[in-house]
Design a protein around this ligand. Structure first.
Ligand code: DAH
Length: 338
């Protein structure tokens, strides 16, 4: 029996010293100390030991059990420390490595131009109002002094939804919506998408405009000229010149077109300005009496000016974009340049 105990001791201690993971150690623990383990086996064999040897042998078995328990506990501590150290090393983060850069988005050039214009107009006290894109004929045409069958409708090839509902062809519709609701003094900008059945290098079926409207007592064409000159200087460059050219819109009288001096040639004449030295940037005029009356504003008391500017056109001029379609292709190489 004593020999058996010695051999078990030798085997157990060697096996424990030979474990390299906690899981294997736990298995050993069961096989030596468990309910059906070898120590328990030894204790069961005690019944065959002669009575006079029992105390001594019992002491040996208990001593062996304590020794194995201690060896397992020591080994377990050591293995756990090693496992923790290995895990910490494998999960180590090198904070000196360069970070992963996240690509940054930017504003679309049309949005940039819109924001620049709004910022340039803000000091004059303009509010921003956005009307609906699906609009009534009533706001888009009729109230703007463009009755059914008026030849001016030919200037704007319209997407009709029904006879009386359409995709707005001009942000001018916002003027009427605002004037029906608000009384003078009025100073609003109305930016947004507009739609026309047009498609080539300078026309897109969807594009952006920004409308402006000022109505108050004593507003004259000089106010229109002064405000727009200031804004052009801010949006283009401080040296830019502007000029007013007679034009026609049913909702303004008189109507003008505003040109800026060509930034490419400084006014000498080049291919960009088609040799004229001037580039047309927007339509404007004094609000037609009929339009004021349509909205319940007395044209003998109040006068106003209005203008409408194409945002793509300004973006193309400012950034030298040769084809309007670049603005809508969503080509990241193009968009990244702004
Ligand atoms: N709505 C016109 C267009 O789309 C632009 C315009 C011209 C707007 C004169 C105005 C204006 O408010 O007074 O061509």
């Amino acid at each position: 029996m004593k020999e058996k105990i010695d051999r078990l001791k030798e085997r157990a201690l060697a096996a424990i010293a030979d474990t390299h993971i906690v899981k294997a150690l736990n298995e050993l623990k069961v096989s030596f100390l468990g309910k059906n383990g070898e120590i328990t086996g030894l204790l069961k064999g005690m019944k065959d030991v002669p009575p006079e040897e029992k105390p001594a042998i019992g002491k040996l078995v208990n001593g062996l059990r304590a020794e194995i328990e201690e060896a397992i506990a020591n080994r377990e501590r050591l293995l756990k420390e090693k496992e923790t150290a290995a895990r910490l090393e494998s999960e180590a983060i090198d904070v000196t490595l360069p970070g992963k850069a996240v690509a940054r988005g930017g504003l679309h050039p049309v949005e940039l131009v819109k924001n620049q214009l709004i910022e340039a107009f803000l000091p004059f006290g303009f509010d921003v109002y956005e009307g609906p894109e699906v609009e009534l004929d009533y706001y888009n045409f009729k109230q703007l002094n463009i009755p059914d069958d008026h030849p001016a409708r030919d200037m704007q090839d319209t997407f009709y939804i029904t006879d009386s509902i359409l995709l707005r062809t001009q942000t001018s519709a916002g003027q009427i919506r605002w004037m029906e609701k608000e009384k003078p003094p009025i100073r609003i900008l109305s930016p947004g998408r507009v739609y026309r059945s047009d498609y080539d290098a300078t026309h897109s079926p969807m594009f952006h405009q920004m409308e402006g409207l000022v109505v108050d007592k004593g507003i004259t064409l000089c106010d229109l000229k002064g405000v727009l000159e200031e804004v052009c200087k801010k949006v283009f460059d401080p040296g830019v010149k502007t000029r007013l050219r007679p034009s026609y819109f049913p909702f303004t009288e008189p109507s003008v077109e505003i040109d800026v001096s060509c930034s490419e040639c400084g006014g000498k004449g080049c291919s960009l300005c088609k040799g004229t030295g001037w580039i047309e940037i927007l339509g404007a005029g004094m609000v037609n009496r009929v339009v004021l009356e349509n909205c319940g504003i007395d044209p003998d008391v109040y006068t106003g000016f209005a203008f409408g500017v194409g945002l793509e056109r300004i973006a193309m001029l400012k950034y030298g974009i040769p084809d309007i379609r670049y603005l809508f292709d969503n080509d990241i190489r193009f968009l990244k340049q702004f």
